[in-house]
Design a protein around this ligand. Sequence first.
Ligand SMILES: *[C@@H]1O[C@H](CO)[C@@H](O)[C@H](O)[C@H]1NC(C)=O
Ligand SMILES: *[C@@H]1O[C@H](CO)[C@@H](O)[C@H](O)[C@H]1NC(C)=O
Ligand SMILES: *[C@@H]1O[C@H](CO)[C@@H](O)[C@H](O)[C@H]1NC(C)=O
Ligand SMILES: *[C@@H]1O[C@H](CO)[C@@H](O)[C@H](O)[C@H]1NC(C)=O
Length: 227
Amino acid sequence: MQRSLILLLCLGLVRAATLQNYTVDDTSPDILYGGDIFQCNADACPAEVTEGAFNNSATLQPFAELRARTFLAVTTGSIMFSFNGTAIYASLDLVGTCAIILDGYEIQSLNITAAQAVAGERGDIAQSGLANGLHTLVIDPRTNPTLIGFDHLVYTVPGKKSHVAAIVGGVVGAVVLTIAALFLALFARRRKLIIRRNQRKSAVLRAINSARHDRKGGEEDATQLPT
Ligand SMILES: *[C@@H]1O[C@H](CO)[C@@H](O)[C@H](O)[C@H]1NC(C)=O
Ligand SMILES: *[C@@H]1O[C@H](CO)[C@@H](O)[C@H](O)[C@H]1NC(C)=O
Ligand SMILES: *[C@@H]1O[C@H](CO)[C@@H](O)[C@H](O)[C@H]1NC(C)=O
Ligand SMILES: *[C@@H]1O[C@H](CO)[C@@H](O)[C@H](O)[C@H]1NC(C)=O
């Protein structure tokens, strides 16, 4: 029983060590722009440009208030972002050619013509399976002009629990441990009680047996006497 409890606790720990995605908006101060940017929103840009741009949904989104005002950064310069994690994802509106550079190495080349862009083609960046640590992504325009419409990116951090999850996990863990300890104590007590009762029972039985034996012996003696 103790073994299955330990197994349960281990399962709980494994469940807690899940991956967490973080979304970073184009308006985040962590995004470094190497050239001029033009912030596109519903007022400044035609609907076709901002249509489908990221809007805060159920996921973690630290810049929700800014997001409400700005949909998209349009630039012809480079875009740089550093993060601690294991994966990075982005989807760009792009006309032109970009090199995608991660930690100094070109991992991808994106090339989208104006006709392709109008047809709805986007430049998708996806790199997972990185060593957990500090990484730097650079989106680097390689032809002039290259127009980048940057909305947001997503990076993945392993083993990050929210405070609420940690507290809930801690409370649930404590309750489980307390119940387990009570259960074990009860189990041990019951076993001890049963052993003690059995001992007492056998002692009583022994006493009865020996008493019966003595009486039998006496009767036998009595019957034996007259002969
Ligand atoms: C994180 O986001 C990427 C891209 O949207 C997705 O492929 C991945 O499954 C997500 N991971 C988690 C843990 O949500
Ligand atoms: C973002 O989405 C929420 C609901 O999901 C909506 O109420 C809000 O108007 C949207 N914001 C913008 C700027 O589209
Ligand atoms: C990455 O983690 C290191 C060590 O914890 C920290 O010093 C650094 O500021 C972090 N960088 C970013 C971009 O989060
Ligand atoms: C991009 O693709 C177009 C055709 O789709 C091609 O003509 C052009 O040379 C490419 N540019 C680069 C830099 O690869």
